[in-house]
Write a protein that binds this ligand. Structure first.
Ligand SMILES: [Fe+2]
Ligand SMILES: [Fe+2]
Length: 286
């Protein structure tokens, strides 16, 4: 059991190329000021995986004054260069290689990565999540190797929800992964991808799993202003605060269900946070 509460920052979907510079500068300043024990970045660092976008993302990540672990998002595999996508998809991450899909061990807590992106999928769109058996096996082996006196937080890009309320297939393999994580009593699964924050409990066949989503620090907002999550683990409870520059309270920033991606404008029935700041359109990508 730990003696002092642990502070973690969970940030996601920076989307350099359409980044929100004011939000990123504020988040970086908060990392310097608050000195979290770790920063978990749950993917989509870039917009179109262009070299200049990676350079900016890598520079920002390497400038953070804290231990960092980074997940790969669906926007982060080469988009225009299919040869590189299939032969060397992580080449553009070289400058942050030591932080990529890295386990972080803290007093009383381990952060363990889970890969949910693939170079290709036998379905469309490739942007949705897919957990391959080897990827899950690697994560489960890492969890099983964590000493019994430490809790585990899993980090990934896609929420592990397998079907949306309409039955549409989202993250392939998500149900099985959630069952395996429930069996192991993980504290929470942190993810990004949907650009709105959430804090939900999934009741798997093997017990409940807490799923925590972070919003975006980009201009591609969904129903909430740019935000990141501040997590505090005191050895008994994990609390989540959704930090944002507009000081919207946490409950008003969180959606009550996981959408596929919910591009604006929202269709009736799609999850919208109480603050309901849905833009008419996404900014154009150049
Ligand atoms: Fe994203
Ligand atoms: Fe994504």
């Amino acid at each position: 059991m730990i003696s002092d509460p642990l502070l973690l920052f969970h940030i996601s979907d920076l989307h350099f190329g359409l980044e929100d510079r004011a939000a990123l500068a504020w988040c970086k300043a908060e990392i310097t000021r608050r000195q979290p024990a770790a920063v978990a970045i749950t993917g989509d660092l870039t917009m179109r995986a262009r070299h200049r976008e990676y350079e900016a993302a890598n520079r920002w990540i390497n400038s953070l004054d804290a231990p960092v672990t980074v997940e790969v998002g669906n926007h982060d595999l080469p988009y225009f260069n299919l040869v590189e996508r299939f032969t060397d998809p992580y080449r553009r991450f070289a400058a942050i290689e030591s932080k990529l899909e890295r386990e972080i061990d803290l007093p009383g807590l381990a952060i363990v990565p889970l890969k949910t992106v693939r170079r290709w999928q036998p379905r469309w769109p490739w942007s949705n999540g897919w957990i391959t058996p080897p990827a899950l096996a690697q994560t489960l082996a890492a969890i099983d190797a964590v000493p019994a006196d430490r809790k585990v937080i899993v980090t990934c890009h896609h929420p592990l929800v397998e079907h949306d309320p309409s039955g549409k297939h989202l993250t392939v393999g998500g149900t099985h992964a959630l069952e395996q994580l429930a069996k192991r009593g993980v504290l929470a699964v942190l993810s990004g991808h949907v650009h709105d924050a959430f804090d939900l409990v999934h009741d798997s066949a093997d017990g409940p799993v807490r799923m925590i989503g972070a919003g975006t620090l980009s201009q591609r907002v969904r129903s909430t202003p740019p935000s990141f999550n501040e997590l505090i683990w005191d050895g008994r409870a994990l609390t989540v605060k959704v930090r944002n520059l507009e000081h919207v309270p946490t409950p008003a920033m969180q959606i009550g269900a996981v959408p596929e991606n919910a591009l604006p404008p929202r269709q009736p029935g799609e999850p919208v946070a109480p603050v309901d700041a849905v833009p008419a359109v996404d900014p154009p990508v150049h």
